[in-house]
Ligand binder design. Structure first.
Ligand code: PLP
Length: 398
């Protein structure tokens, strides 16, 4: 039974609640085990063992070797590190292939690199959010240092065909990095069977702590560190390890590996029920990328004749947390670059809301959202019809 003031958290692509099992595993490393993992005595060695265990757990989740995992401070750092390394150490040249729908951790980084003399190809997507694989193939040149394409889109949940992309990159002998921050923990990943060179992940997207991530670096791939100093992470990322968070990331990976298939089924059923109910109750509503392969947890809706920032504000009054596109754009009411790239009309893009379900959501929460969202859309539309323009919120809730 839900209370009236209970938070209905449907923004699990923005971040997730820490799993209690993760907190429990982290706590001793915030108090009792404070030794430096690089210290030679046993008190440091105990901490080193915990880091090794975390590395093994992350590797088990991804189906790769522990030596292929480099801990970082976040998904953003992992993305930057993979691209920077390719530009610095890959002799082919300074051309990057990426897409128009990447998270800002890749897109803005590439835009900056373009200002500093790198050449960047931003592949367009179709209305279902897919890239054209022939276009990808023809965009790879002799001077292409790296292809960086995301596994799952944070705004729409649309999945790129990473195995096919990896095969093309292998054929062309070019490095392939995938930003899998939204995919890891939600869908099965077996890196041992693939030819992906680099993969980024972030703990806070799958019930681990914020401020810790990892970069998978395929064995024998040329890789050089972006952060230089001590010899931590086998010389691939300097700086004393964020031990408690790394331990938390490891535990989150273990939990994800254990409950993924059951959770995927449950979350998918909840998401599908939500989508069907909203489409049945709200006129002029559509699911963005409905026909594409998508993450099981993400619903990106576009509603005609509403402004998503006003909808966020009204939903927030009912304690429903969702997002207008990516949380990183909060504060800006510009239509999302992802939805614009999918050729949504400006009106539809500005009337889009993202709901993302997760491990701790209950059916009763989906029911509350199914009840409230149509009321909110109706209210905004009738307000818009009676006034010259729709009400706009001063700030966005994320
Ligand atoms: N890549 C994607 C697809 C994301 O959704 C996010 C976060 O929203 C990031 C990268 C950045 O991850 P982090 O917050 O760990 O820097």
């Amino acid at each position: 039974m839900l209370t009236d003031d209970q938070i209905i958290y449907l923004d699990n692509n923005a971040t997730t609640q820490l799993d209690p099992a993760v907190v429990e595993e982290m706590l001793p490393f915030l108090s009792k085990f404070y030794g430096n993992p690089s210290s030679g005595y046993q008190f440091g060695g105990q901490v080193r063992k915990a880091i090794d265990q975390a590395r093994a757990r992350v590797a088990a989740l991804l189906g790769c070797e522990p030596t292929e995992i480099v801990f970082t401070s976040c998904g953003t750092e992992s993305n930057n590190a993979a691209i920077n390394s390719a530009l610095q150490f890959e002799p082919r040249g300074k051309h990057i292939v990426t897409s128009a729908v990447e998270h800002s951790a890749v897109r803005r980084h590439c835009q900056e690199l373009a200002k500093r003399g790198c050449e960047v190809t931003f592949l367009e997507v179709d209305q279902e959010g897919n890239i054209d694989l022939d276009e990808l193939e023809s965009s790879i040149r002799p001077n292409t240092a790296i292809v960086s394409l995301m596994w799952a889109n944070n705004e729409t949940g649309i999945l790129f065909p990473v195995d096919k992309i990896a095969a093309i990159c292998r054929e062309k002998r070019v490095l392939f990095h995938t930003d899998a921050v939204q995919a890891v923990g939600k869908i099965p990943i077996r890196l041992g069977d693939s030819t992906i060179s680099f993969l980024s992940l972030s703990a806070h997207k799958f019930y681990g702590p914020k401020g810790v991530g990892a970069l998978y670096v395929r064995r024998h791939s040329r890789f050089g560190p972006s952060i230089i100093g001590g010899g931590q992470e086998n010389g691939r990322r300097a700086g004393t390890e964020n031990v408690a968070s790394v331990v938390g990331l490891g535990k989150a990976a273990q939990c994800a590996a254990e409950c993924m298939s059951e959770e995927e089924t449950r979350v998918l059923a909840m998401r599908n029920r939500f989508e069907q109910a909203i489409l049945a109750r709200v006129r002029d509503a559509a699911v963005n990328g409905a026909r594409a392969a998508r993450l099981p947890n993400t619903s990106s809706f576009s509603f005609a004749r509403i402004e998503s920032d006003a909808a966020l504000l009204l939903l927030d009054r009912h304690h429903i947390c969702c997002s207008a596109g990516s949380a990183c754009r909060t504060g800006s009411s510009e239509a999302s670059h992802v939805l614009r790239a999918m050729k949504l009309s400006d009106e539809r893009a500005r009337g889009s809301l993202r709901f993302s379900f997760g491990r701790f959501n209950q059916d009763a929460e989906a029911d509350r959202a199914i009840q409230i969202l149509p009321e909110v859309i109706e209210k905004l539309r009738s307000l818009a019809a009676t006034s010259a323009s729709a009400p706009r919120a001063a700030t966005l809730a994320s």
